[in-house]
Design a protein around this ligand. Structure first.
Ligand SMILES: *[C@@H]1O[C@H](CO)[C@@H](O)[C@H](O)[C@H]1NC(C)=O
Ligand SMILES: *[C@@H]1O[C@H](CO)[C@@H](O)[C@H](O)[C@H]1NC(C)=O
Length: 255
């Protein structure tokens, strides 16, 4: 088991568990968001959900990363995924797997070189194809989290699909990975990464509300949950007011 998995699961348990639309939340959180209320079938018992002020813009977080970089997996598994499980109603997540890769045009088809070798290129491609195929972050993020949690990102695909996206055919993902669709999508990731301003100097490279600064990067890596709660300008969700969660997330560190 990866060293990231245990702390992530510990935090995950605090949030009440599962990313799937099942009611695995403690009763005190049932009315904290529309999605949880629906999953727990208590919408009618949560009148405050209908009277909330118009939602503010979600806090957007973009992660430029590489599938096999340990620091990237650490951030994704320990900070980003658990925070998203608790705050997904107020977050907008963009994942761009490419990082320090390079590309060249070989007779009309893109060839990629990755910092951690061809296996990393394959991992980047699988994750990109998952996003393209599953479309909805609620569908693909748990699969990517599962892949990044284990000891082999690439080998985990089949098992992670079975658990988190059982309706998705492995063959469809493989067709994207080896075909023109994946090739074009990875080229888009290359362009998105090249367009970063300021340009990225390392991975994981984090943008908060479209901006990268040393301070935002450091805060996202050490206490993303608090950062998102703080930056959200709408009415704070109940999870942001929960002292137990805040303390747990403050004590996480990346090593
Ligand atoms: C989420 O972010 C993407 C770009 O990163 C943007 O295109 C989209 O409009 C945002 N969605 C919301 C609801 O803000
Ligand atoms: C890639 O190379 C092919 C020929 O080798 C060329 O026709 C095409 O325009 C090139 N594409 C780009 C984006 O440079």
């Amino acid at each position: 088991m990866s060293r990231w998995l245990l702390p992530a699961l510990a935090l995950w348990a605090v949030s009440g568990g599962d990313a799937l639309p099942a009611c695995n939340y403690p009763p005190r959180l049932w009315c904290s968001s529309w999605k949880i209320a629906v999953a727990c079938q208590v919408e009618k018992q949560c009148p405050n959900l209908h009277h909330r002020a118009p939602a503010a813009n979600p806090v957007s977080l973009s992660l430029y990363y590489e599938s096999l970089c340990p620091g990237c997996a650490g951030f994704l598994v320990v900070q980003l995924f658990p925070t998203w499980v608790m705050l997904r109603d107020i977050m907008n997540i963009t994942l761009v797997p490419y990082g320090n890769a390079a590309e060249k045009n070989v007779s009309g088809k893109w060839q990629f070189d990755c910092q951690h070798g061809q296996e990393e290129c394959l991992g980047n491609m699988i994750e990109t194809c998952l996003m393209n195929q599953l479309r909805d972050v609620d569908q693909y993020f748990p699969v990517i989290f599962c892949m990044e949690s284990g000891s082999s990102v690439v080998d985990n695909l089949a098992a992670c699909l079975k658990i988190y996206a059982p309706d998705t055919k492995l063959a469809d993902i493989q067709a994207c990975v080896t075909g023109d669709v994946g090739n074009k999508l990875m080229h888009q990731n290359a362009q998105l990464t090249a367009a970063l301003d300021p340009p990225h100097k390392y991975v994981p490279w984090i943008l908060v509300n479209g901006k990268h600064t040393d301070t935002l990067q450091a805060r996202a890596q050490s206490a993303l949950f608090q950062l998102v709660c703080e930056l959200y300008t709408g009415e704070k969700p109940d999870a942001c007011k929960d002292k137990a969660i805040l303390q747990k997330t403050e004590n996480l560190c990346l090593n």
